[in-house]
Design a protein around this ligand. Structure first.
Ligand SMILES: [Zn+2]
Length: 220
């Protein structure tokens, strides 16, 4: 996918992703944030305290990789975005949302280290695995420290008792990661309701992991 360089196209794409996330109930009130990085390390990021579904393109803030603000009022979770960009050279776009079912897994099953992947082939094929990152107060350096061990290996991550993060080489990939996560979490939730989580045979899980390895790192 080609890099977006035109400011209006970037702002319009970010607004479109925000509307889609809101329509799928992954953003309430002023929740969530979306950012996009250019080759020169200029970063476009959604504003703080604004409902992302009704955000206007010109409200999107512009900062640099050190967090210096050029225009607008960037998200309070800017530090989390900068940490990902600093640690993941491939990251061009980040989506942070509060997907209800995926987040609920981190609350209901505090013993889990990741969203169960040995049950659902799509999780392995699309993302490899989706780790659950220990809770940190939103907007703090601690959030970045907790994320650090999982980067750049993981592109889709759950934030315990908070929400989720997905990054990608394009805005579409980051968006896809968030959709994939919530959809997988909903399938798993339905399975629990209908009778329980039944694992795939170990050899199938291994084969799926091999297939994923051969496919590369993009979130599908
Ligand atoms: Zn959040």
């Amino acid at each position: 996918m080609e890099e977006l360089t035109d400011e209006m196209a970037i702002d319009a794409n970010i607004c479109a992703v925000a509307k889609s996330l809101h329509a799928k109930n992954m953003l309430a009130a002023a929740d969530g944030n979306i950012s996009y990085r250019l080759e020169d390390e200029t970063i476009y990021i959604t504003p703080s305290g604004v409902s992302k579904a009704f955000m206007k393109p010109d409200e999107i803030a512009v900062v640099n990789i050190d967090g210096e603000v050029f225009t607008g009022s960037p998200s309070s979770e800017l530090k989390m975005h900068l940490k990902i960009y600093q640690q993941c050279p491939m990251a061009k776009a980040i989506v942070h949302a509060h997907p209800p079912v995926a987040t609920a897994w981190t609350i209901a099953r505090p013993e889990l280290q990741e969203l169960p992947a040995d049950i659902l082939s799509e999780v392995i094929l699309a993302c490899g695995s989706i780790p659950i990152v220990k809770f940190a107060f939103p907007g703090t350096d601690e959030m970045g420290e907790n994320l650090s061990p999982y980067l750049p290996e993981h592109r889709v991550l759950l934030l315990a008792h908070h929400g989720a993060l997905a990054w990608g080489e394009t805005l579409e990939e980051a968006h896809r990661g968030m959709e994939r996560l919530e959809h997988s979490a909903m399938v798993l939730q339905a399975a629990v309701t209908l009778g329980g989580l039944h694992k795939l045979p170990d050899e199938v899980v291994e084969k799926l992991k091999d297939r994923r390895k051969a496919m590369g790192e993009l979130v599908l």
